[in-house]
Unconditional design. Structure first.
Length: 153
């Protein structure tokens, strides 16, 4: 077994594995976050809220929080022994942790201005469906899960 300086190791020189997994996945995830920020920022501008990076981060945090709670809700459907109750303090804590992570990834140090300038030609006026679906899916999922719970699933 040998390990190279770029983090890859091989077993008997045949199979190569990366210790720094998912570099491409990280790039795609960050690009998707930038895309969402870009689309929601211009959506806020169309609504009349100029320089709305705070509102965009709050909206994105809320959507990610809904995805988090959808996962918890799904878990409670399949594992009856799991805790179904989250206190209000945990809800607020999750929202602010997500908000802070998004702030440092997208806004801190003027990153949001670079995102808006860098991707304006590529994304402005195009490809709105992924951003819309990303915001709608957690609502549809949570309503579906509530209906399933009410039906006795």
């Amino acid at each position: 077994m040998t390990i190279s300086e770029n983090g890859k190791f091989s077993i008997l020189g045949t199979c190569h594995f990366s210790l720094f997994l998912h570099d491409e996945m990280k790039k795609r995830s960050m690009r998707f976050l930038k895309y969402l920020f870009f689309k929601y920022y211009y959506w806020q501008e169309r609504m009349g809220n100029h320089d709305s990076s705070f509102m965009v981060l709050l909206f994105m945090s809320f959507i990610f929080m809904l995805y988090f709670f959808d996962i918890l809700f799904l878990r409670s459907l399949f594992y009856t022994n799991s805790a179904n109750h989250l206190s209000k303090i945990w809800v607020v804590l999750v929202l602010w942790v997500i908000f802070l992570i998004l702030y440092f990834l997208l806004v801190c140090g003027g990153k949001h201005k670079k995102i808006l300038k860098e991707y304006e030609q590529e994304w402005k006026g195009k490809k709105n469906l992924p951003a819309i679906l990303f915001a709608v899916i957690p609502f549809v999922l949570i309503i579906s899960l509530i209906v399933l719970m009410a039906c006795g699933f």
